[in-house]
Write a new protein. Structure first.
Length: 91
């Protein structure tokens, strides 16, 4: 997919916000730690990056849960398989 800069930045901000929220509320990170984790997970990719935005194929909830609970989080914590209402309210 070819992203316009506006679309890409909107998505990047949204995913960073979601990842930061999960890392604070489920991962126990401080706001500063969660913000840094989000920036590291979702770095800005230049317009000519070959796979720009590929990380958006799964939402921030999923990527954060993998970090917090590991690859089997859906099996070991089925209640976390879908994002919470509080997370959904971020949008």
């Amino acid at each position: 997919m070819k992203w316009s800069e506006v679309e890409y930045l909107d998505c990047l901000r949204s995913e960073r916000r979601g990842y930061e929220w999960v890392m604070r509320h489920h991962g126990g990170l401080t706001p500063a730690q969660a913000r840094q984790a989000a920036l590291e997970r979702y770095p800005y990719e230049p317009d000519d990056a070959p796979f720009r935005g590929l990380i958006f194929h799964d939402e921030a909830w999923h990527w954060a849960m993998l970090v917090i609970h590991g690859d089997r989080y859906v099996l070991e914590h089925p209640e976390l398989a879908r994002p919470s209402a509080e997370y959904r309210a971020l949008d």
